[in-house]
Design a protein around this ligand. Structure first.
Ligand code: NAD
Length: 509
């Protein structure tokens, strides 16, 4: 494993070069395990964003990238994936130090998945289905897919490297050029991605990174008139703000927003597996996971036994330094986020719920953003801890009486990202899955994803889907090309010839 310099310098990446910000301002990125600075980062401004967008625009309008064959672009993306594989230990270490997510989860899960994102979308680029419509032997219409333009990619701090590649890979595979604005609390791995893309020899300007804060670097990217589309992952309120700010320049949006996903456990389920999955789904990635099953809905008849076993296991989760392979929960990303989660722990108690385990700073870890994983019981669905996204290692438990009741509770929330359900009854599995208001439902399964399937949420969890060909639907425009195969009749207006009865049939707008 490589050792890192004490404090890194992180710069923007514009037109194939690492550059300082025009204003020369910087900010610090903290190690969540110690809250000491690990990087000094260029703080992007509207001028930096403009520089990056202008270069991405030039690369799109006049450069080779959008004009290359998908197979040639795919080869370049495969080189990026190879680079990730070669530097996997280093990327995992940097990501671990920057986010506090346990190293094992990053090394085994997130970084290999980032390489997989590039490989998958590289291959997908050469296989996107193209449609043609023969029209009564007289015409043929076919659909050309063309890259949609310059994309602004705005990402959050949870699993930053994986989520950045989740956007960058399809965006580039589709032939777009990009400006990435990573989250200010986790800027480091985006700089590594820029290095990897430079090493993979992509034309300059195709991929750019502007570091900085949402209001001063994200907002100018959204408002920039030369940016055509915005793919955003983050909080719902930020998504709303972005849509307002992009309205004047008519952006196309993909919005992957917040969640408060239920896991429903019926008494006929394999309860051991349901228990394992509930804990895994809520407490991996420090609970800072958009698809976390943060609301446990459990049949009242098995409530006490199931919750008893759950609480025992959660109390034994190993909170510790993220580099320790035995650690199951690391420190939360930032002291401000720790405060926010801690406020929800206090709020839950004020609302009358019972905090049955965790919720405090572990005594043996006085420094860093550590929090014991928490479980609330006696929760009613109307409480704020049941309705609002906490985005930390906190699970709320709500009993239900009947299947209808369970569906009602599951859907009675403004979010609709993911849902999980456990039952031994196949018919019930389908019935409930179909009744749930969620973009993705897992039955008797933890969150296992196939990259071909659409990812995204309903309601306040998002707009649009990415993944598989759905990503290409976003990053490409459809152009319909109509070809006449013969000499169909065209009415001769103004010639004095009398119109035929059928001349104006099908006259369209
Ligand atoms: P956030 O909304 O605070 O920030 C996300 C990004 O938006 C950051 O890069 C930030 O700098 C930028 N930003 C903030 N204000 C902006 C503005 N006005 N204009 C442009 N950009 C702006 O989110 P976060 O706290 O970084 O991430 C946690 C959130 O992300 C949670 O709500 C979580 O559910 C969500 N999330 C969703 C998914 C999904 O796929 N649905 C995946 C991961 C995380």
């Amino acid at each position: 494993m490589k050792t890192l310099p004490e404090v890194r310098t992180v710069r923007h990446f514009i037109n194939g070069e690492f550059v300082d910000g025009t204003a020369g301002r910087t900010f610090e990125s903290l190690n969540p395990a110690t809250n000491s600075p690990i990087a000094v980062v260029a703080e992007g401004t509207a001028e930096d964003v403009d520089r990056a967008v202008q270069t991405a625009r030039k690369a799109f309008d006049a450069g080779p990238w959008p004009r290359m064959s998908p197979a040639d672009r795919a080869r370049a993306l495969q080189r990026i994936a190879d680079g990730i594989d070669r530097r996997v230990e280093e990327i995992a270490l940097v990501e671990c130090l920057d986010t506090g997510i346990p190293y094992t989860q990053i090394r085994q899960g997130q970084i290999p998945r980032a390489a997989e994102n590039f490989r998958f979308f590289a291959e997908m680029a050469t296989r996107v289905p193209h449609e043609a419509f023969p029209v009564e032997g007289a015409f043929v219409n076919y659909i050309q897919r063309v890259p949609a333009g310059v994309a602004g990619l705005i990402t959050p701090w949870n699993t930053p490297f994986m989520l950045e590649t989740w956007k960058v890979a399809p965006c580039l595979a589709a032939g777009c050029t990009a400006v990435l604005k990573p989250a200010e609390w986790s800027p480091l791995s985006a700089a590594l991605l820029a290095e990897l893309i430079r090493e993979a020899d992509l034309p300059p300007g195709v991929f750019n990174v502007v570091q900085g804060f949402g209001e001063t670097a994200g907002a100018p990217l959204v408002a920039h008139p030369l940016v055509n589309l915005i793919s955003f992952t983050g909080e719902t309120v930020t998504g709303q703000e972005i849509m307002r700010n992009g309205a004047a320049t008519l952006k196309r949006y993909s919005m992957e927003l917040g969640g408060k996903s239920p896991v429903i456990v019926f008494p006929d389920a394999d309860l051991d597996r349901a228990l394992d999955a509930t804990i895994f789904g809520q407490y991996t990635l420090n609970g800072e996971r958009c698809t976390a099953n943060s609301r446990l809905l459990v049949d009242r008849r098995i409530h006490d036994e199931f919750v008893g076993r759950l609480v025992e296991r959660v109390a034994r989760l190993r909170v510790g330094v993220p580099l320790d392979p035995a650690t199951e929960i690391g420190p939360l990303i930032h002291p401000e986020h720790w405060e926010r989660v801690a406020r929800y722990i206090a709020l839950g108690q004020e609302e009358g719920a019972r905090l049955v385990t965790g919720g405090r700073r572990p005594a043996q870890l006085p420094v860093g953003n550590y929090l014991e994983p928490a479980v609330f019981t006696g929760v009613s669905n109307a409480m704020r801890i049941a309705q609002e996204e906490i985005f930390g290692p906190v699970l709320v438990v709500i009993p239900f009486e009947t299947e209808e009741d369970a569906v009602c509770l599951a859907n009675d929330v403004r979010y609709g990202l993911a849902a999980y359900l456990w039952t031994g009854d196949v018919a019930r599995g389908h019935r409930v899955a179909q009744a749930l208001e969620a973009g993705m439902v897992w039955v008797n399964s933890q969150n296992v994803r196939d990259l071909r399937t659409p990812f995204g949420g309903m309601k306040h969890s998002g707009i649009g889907r990415e993944g598989g060909r759905y990503s290409f639907d976003f990053y490409q425009e459809y152009k319909t090309i109509h070809i006449a195969l013969g000499t169909h009749r065209i009415p001769k207006l103004g010639s004095g010839e009398k119109a035929r009865e059928t001349d104006f049939q099908g006259l369209d707008g």
